[in-house]
Design a protein around this ligand. Structure first.
Ligand code: ANZ
Ligand code: ZN
Length: 840
């Protein structure tokens, strides 16, 4: 028998697939559809390393199984090529970003091609293609026309190294997530998208996303950060005039605060404003210690928000002497502090401090010896007055009209009182900020806007889209707050579409995240990107494919791309372009592949493994299998050369089983054809050990691919191969089943074996094997799942479940995911046939 020669086999089939265009997807079909999507890569100069394809291999396996199950599958690929990384790479290597991107894409495509994916390259997209970004601009314009894109002069995050403004989402602990510089707050003219207008829907509709990992939804909830409470005005009496808190509130100065605990108003003992609060500028003449206050403000400017709000951090502040505020509920005069634990960019930038019930205020009050006044007690309370801060809900004590009320009622009553007296009102506050959408860089989509002295900002007429990015020699950032486009008079100077007078184009560009907000829709449109056109001809295909059934990518996109794309999708829903409210039905995150040394793969550490070398030495099928076998799909795993060798041996074993096949002349169709309907070949009935194992393997592989538990699917096939290896001979039918089950994982080798078995068909067109549920079931048991020693769930599993399977199944349970709350468990212990114990 000939040797297993992956190099030859893989080339042969890749050529065949390309020549016969076997992965071309039909726009519509009577078959049910399955749209499986990868987060498309940014084509970096370094090419792919072995970590990148992990998700692509997984979606390819799912795609292949779905094809065999009779679905019309859409499995596309494209390039997210605008943005800072591409531009910085170009500057460093002194090539134009356009050329760099083209070259990098060619490399990526070649590398992906080696791995045997089922992509329909006819649908390839590139966000930097004018034909593509025409529609990115078009969507932006629709937002502009509806008031969702607006010009703002608020202070924004400025990266001094990348010389551009950044959105809040682009920061990591107050630093630029690309270059690590501490960002500055600078007031600058910007274009901003009103994502806050969608905050409630983005939050509420997370409930619809039943097939999203709980921890990703939780990250989005936190990022959106909805708080219910009230805003309350505290009057600052003019030192000269007589004070009458109730009558003068309208025309005197006041500090407005946002609080989630209006029920604690009687417990306020001081006020705090953020260093950026205008009260300091507006009352300079009255402040007795202005030098101290200003010095403090200066110093606070140099800290990041994270440094300022860290709970453990020692709180600092300075009293603003000479100013006082009046508590509206009891007329008490309150000292005012400036302290950096209050942020300028959240709520109103000022707080009422209730040290008895807020930890941060408590710490501050202790340090500066301020009064602590208790107004809420725990519902069950035996102790007298305590020394600690009680921040929970409880019962209001001693004070006036709130006395004896439980926290929720006390809140409601206080809000009613405030609204009645016009001192405050109910308020919902979000942490999410509107999306700062302009960048002062070259390599991005130009904003399709024109500024006319007479007419103001005017949209570029739709028939003049795209506004093309001009070709330039110098594209380095200017650092002046203007993009390099501002230096190109030919680009800048234009006429007003409205009045025909002379006018200037907007020169800022869109951020890196713009193009990925709608790319999944572009795959459906297959080059004819036209949302207007959608109304007629393309509507059917568009509605057929929408939404994405399975979306696979890194969890690091939870609070950025995945929020932005949901936002744009909801907008497109509002204007009637899409008919579903959410773009991605099911989301699956990919765990990183780490280097053998356990670190992230990076040029810096010199530990990057190139897939080209792996394919050359072991073959694409071995690499695909190995990456899926490394560990649970969503967990990070370290690369191992030994593991790869083992996988190659496994494939060689499967290959050599062919020699044992006895009735290799049986036509392929016998018995298998009807399996799509669940009707089994008669020879697959009976009760011998092998038949049972076959049924179990079909069930396990089917369920595990569906559940993205590829490692355990492979383990089961290994078990089957062990069993088969013990046999003297093997029926074609049995071997064919193994070949089919293995085909999504190792598509080249299995296709070759399939041909050797006398078949002329493609495996992707063969029906996926069916099993007898009774035979496959085997015996089941119930396992208890504990988190930190407490029973949190029970799961039903096969009696012979492996340790790894038991652990993985437990970690995947919805209930357990809630308890984990996105955290990595410290330890997972399996007590055979009894319980799984998780320590966090
Ligand atoms: C009084 C109070 C009493 C508060 C109490 C809490 C407990 P979230 O849930 O994050 O929205 N706060 C308001 N604006 C702030 C700012 N700019 N910087 C720092 N802290 C700010 O938190 C809202 C609470 O955080 C508000 O409710 C306010 O403190 C504080 F027993 O007001 B609270
Ligand atoms: Zn005009």
């Amino acid at each position: 028998m000939k040797k297993y020669d992956p190099k030859k086999i893989e080339k042969k089939w890749q050529k065949y697939w390309a020549k016969h265009e076997v992965y071309k997807t039909k726009d519509t079909s009577d078959k049910p559809k399955f749209f499986v999507l990868d987060m498309f890569p940014y084509p970096s100069g370094a090419g792919l390393h072995v970590g990148h394809p992990k998700g692509y291999i997984a979606t390819d396996i799912v795609a292949r199984m779905k094809m065999m199950q009779g679905y019309n599958v859409l499995h596309p690929m494209g390039w997210d090529a605008f943005g800072l990384p591409a531009e910085n790479y170009a500057i460093k290597n002194k090539v134009h970003p356009k050329e760099a991107v083209e070259k990098n894409i060619a490399t990526f495509k070649k590398q992906l091609g080696m791995l045997g994916f089922t992509y329909d390259w006819d649908r390839e997209i590139n966000t930097t293609d004018p034909n593509y970004y025409k529609w990115t601009q078009w969507i932006f314009l629709q937002m502009f026309k509806r008031g969702l894109a607006f010009e703002s002069f608020e202070p924004v995050n400025w990266c001094p190294v990348d010389k551009t403004v950044l959105a809040n989402e682009d920061l990591e602990n107050g630093r630029c997530e690309r270059c690590g510089s501490v960002v500055e707050r600078r007031p600058m003219r910007q274009w901003v998208l009103r994502i806050t207008q969608y905050a409630d829907r983005l939050l509420n509709d997370l409930e619809l996303l039943k097939e999203w990992p709980e921890h990703i939804k939780e990250m989005q909830r936190n990022w959106i950060g909805r708080s219910e409470g009230a805003v309350v005005k505290f009057q600052i009496p003019n030192p000269e005039s007589q004070i009458n808190p109730e009558s003068q509130i309208q025309n005197s100065e006041f500090i407005e605060v946002f609080t989630t605990r209006p029920d604690t108003l009687f417990g306020v003992t001081y006020m705090v404003v953020a260093p950026e609060h205008e009260i300091i500028k507006n009352h300079k003449s009255e402040i007795k210690n202005l030098d101290d206050v200003e010095a403090y403000v200066e110093q606070a400017k140099r800290k990041t928000d994270l440094e300022r709000t860290e709970l453990q951090k020692d709180k600092t502040g300075v009293e603003i002497k000479g100013l006082r505020a009046i508590n509206p509920v009891n007329g008490e005069k309150l000292p005012i502090f400036v302290a950096d634990y209050v942020l300028g960019g959240y709520g109103t930038g000022a707080i009422m401090a209730v040290p008895a019930h807020d930890e941060r205020d408590f710490e501050f009050a202790k340090k500066y010896n301020l009064t602590i006044k208790e107004v809420v007690k725990p519902v069950v309370d035996s102790s007298g007055p305590t020394e600690d801060c009680f921040s929970g809900a409880g019962i209001n004590v001693r004070y006036d009209f709130l006395d004896g009320l439980e926290t929720p009622e006390a809140k409601a009553k206080m809000i009613e009182w405030l609204e009645d007296k016009k001192i405050g009102k109910r308020q919902v506050q979000y942490k999410i900020r509107d999306w700062v959408f302009s960048r002062q860089r070259y390599w991005g989509e130009p904003m399709p806007l024109i500024n006319c002295e007479k007419c103001g900002w005017v949209a570029v007429p739709e028939d003049q889209l795209p506004v093309e990015l001009p070709k330039v020699k110098h594209y380095e950032p200017t650092g002046t707050g203007e993009s390099p486009l501002a230096n190109i008079p030919k680009f800048v100077n234009t006429t007003c579409p409205n009045c025909g007078g002379s006018a200037k184009r907007e020169t800022n560009t869109m951020p890196q995240w713009a193009g990925s907000c709608w790319y999944y829709l572009a795959y459906i449109m297959r080059g004819i990107f036209n949302f207007q056109f959608l109304i007629s001809n393309y509507r059917e295909a568009f509605d057929y494919w929408n939404p994405v059934d399975l979306y696979v990518g890194g969890a690091e996109h939870a609070a950025r791309h995945l929020i932005y794309a949901r936002f744009w999708h909801k907008f497109l829903y509002d204007i009637g372009a899409v008919k579903n409210e959410e773009p991605f039905t099911r989301l699956q995150s990919v765990g990183l592949i780490l280097a053998e040394d356990g670190r992230k793969m990076s040029k810096r550490w010199g530990n990057v493994i190139n897939p080209d070398d792996i394919v050359e030495e072991f073959g694409a099928d071995s690499m695909r299998m190995y990456e899926m076998f490394m560990g649970p799909f969503s967990q990070p795993c370290a690369w191992s050369a030994n593991g790869l060798v083992g996988m190659r041996r496994f494939l060689e074993r499967v290959w050599s089983l062919y020699e044992k096949v006895v009735d290799s002349v049986i036509p392929a169709k016998a018995g298998i054809q009807s399996q799509r309907d669940g009707d089994l070949d008669s020879r697959l009935r009976g009760n011998d050990k092998l038949t049972t194992l076959l049924h179990q393997t079909i069930k396990k592989v089917t369920d595990d691919i569906e559940g993205m538990r590829f490692n355990t699917a492979i383990a089961k096939m290994m078990e089957l191969v062990n069993e088969i290896s013990k046999q003297e001979s093997l029926f074609t039918l049995h071997f064919s089943l193994l070949v089919k089950l293995l085909s999504p994982f190792a598509p080249h080798m299995t296709q070759e074996l399939w041909e050797m078995l006398g078949n002329q068909t493609l495996l992707i067109n063969e029906p996926w094997p069916a099993y007898d549920p009774e035979l496959a079931k085997g015996q089941e048991i119930t396992l208890a799942v504990q988190v930190n020693g407490k029973l949190r769930d029970t799961i039903v599993v096969p009696v012979d479940i492996s340790e790894e399977d038991a652990k993985q199944k437990s970690l995947e349970s919805e209930k357990i995911q809630k308890w984990l709350d996105g955290k990595e468990p410290k330890k997972v212990i399996y007590v055979k046939r009894k319980l799984v114990s998780i320590v966090i």
